[in-house]
Design a protein around this ligand. Structure first.
Ligand code: NDP
Length: 339
């Protein structure tokens, strides 16, 4: 049973060498008295929050805890049930949810897993558009941002797992949407594949405030925040009265020991801005409603999804750490095995 192990707690930019692929043994049998399931992992999802668990966390009131050095890391994945002692699952079922980064896993509390019903979709989509990032984009945009037709929307990290969906939801809602991303290839994708009205490469802008003024001469109604730091400051300067900011993530801050300051928060008062952080875990009750909306749109080609697939568990460390230097183009997935 190949596994991806965390070697030591990480500080700074995570490196491939912070993780190690080892081969351990596993009994392909559920232990006596355990009502869990044994699964074969097919796809693993590279998500920025995994970085948070790679450090020695002492966060009060947070949902997450640290990984144990020497043990496999875990995250969302798609897997096939090989054996089940749990009444809700049977051999052959396909599931998505939290699993370890390894070939085969024993999941002792399968209650939190989702059973995959719609099998005409690519299974890897259940790590992205049909999984956690999909619910994140849906809840963050529709529940937190309350979009109205004609509003001006800005999305950062716009070509990624979450951002590419937010942009498409904004277009379907009749909004004007601009995205930022870190390369020409990504900017082209935003404009030509996902239908953003405009897009720019934030790495080429000397002055983010000036860039936003250029794309939003009348200001921003909705900001879907994925990056934090300097971008957030520039956005605060460009928000319109009664604008909304959904704080989904702040990837530019995850590897810093000392977070950057945000200077223009007082705009929240003057412009009566509503800024709200959220975690996808609080919104999984919306999953059936979300599937009802998104599945027909995927089938009709009205929503598209770009994935970046790394082949084999061995490629896991590079794929995961690549998120923090923008190596992924679209949703980063690790393909562990074929069905
Ligand atoms: P992505 O697929 O967008 O991958 C991460 C991307 O972030 C990279 O490709 C890179 O793109 C960009 N990036 C990396 N470092 C920086 C930096 N220093 N400054 C600016 N951009 C950077 O990830 P996801 O779509 O999965 O996640 C997007 C955000 O949503 C993250 O902040 C994540 O933590 C958050 N999130 C929050 C959830 C919640 O429940 N609140 C749930 C899921 C995700 P580029 O080339 O454009 O720089």
């Amino acid at each position: 049973n190949k596994q991806v192990i965390l070697k030591e707690y990480v500080s700074g930019l995570p490196k491939e060498s912070d993780l190690q692929v080892t081969t351990g043994s596993i009994k392909l049998k559920i232990p006596e008295g355990c009502n869990g399931i044994l699964v074969k992992n097919l796809y693993l999802s590279c998500d920025p929050y995994i970085r948070t668990r790679m450090k020695n966390l002492q966060l009060k009131g947070a949902h997450v805890d640290s990984f144990q050095p020497g043990s496999p890391i875990s995250g969302y994945g798609v897997a096939k049930v090989l054996e089940s002692e749990h009444p809700n699952f049977k051999k052959g079922d396909l599931i998505w949810g939290i699993t370890d980064w390894e070939e085969y896993s024993l999941i002792t509390e399968p209650e939190t897993l989702f059973k995959i019903q719609d099998k005409d979709m690519p299974l890897s989509y259940y790590t992205g558009i049909l999984g956690m990032p999909g619910v994140t984009a849906y809840a963050g945009f529709f529940e937190i941002c309350s979009p109205k037709k004609g509003e001006y929307v800005f999305v950062s990290a716009a070509s990624g797992a979450v951002g590419q969906l937010v942009g498409q939801f904004a277009k379907l809602s009749g909004c004007y949407v601009v995205g930022s991303a870190g390369s020409k290839e990504k900017v082209d994708l935003l404009k030509n594949k996902f239908g953003f009205d405009e897009a720019f490469n934030y790495k080429e802008e000397q002055d983010l405030n000036a860039a936003l003024q250029r794309y939003f001469p009348e200001g921003i109604d909705i900001y879907f925040e994925n990056v934090g730091g300097k971008m957030l400051d520039a956005v605060l300067l460009n928000m319109r009265i009664r604008g909304r900011i959904a704080v989904c993530g702040m990837i530019s801050q995850y590897n810093l020991d000392q977070p950057e300051g945000v200077y223009y928060l007082a705009n929240i008062i003057l412009k009566r801005i509503r800024m709200e952080g959220f975690l996808v875990f609080d919104y999984y009750h919306l999953y059936p409603k979300y599937l009802e909306m998104v599945l027909p749109k995927i089938r009709e080609g009205k929503i598209v999804y770009v994935e970046d697939k790394a082949e084999g568990l061995e490629s896991g460390p590079a794929a995961l750490t690549g998120l923090f230097v923008g190596r992924n183009v679209g949703k980063q997935v690790v393909v562990v095995a074929d069905e």
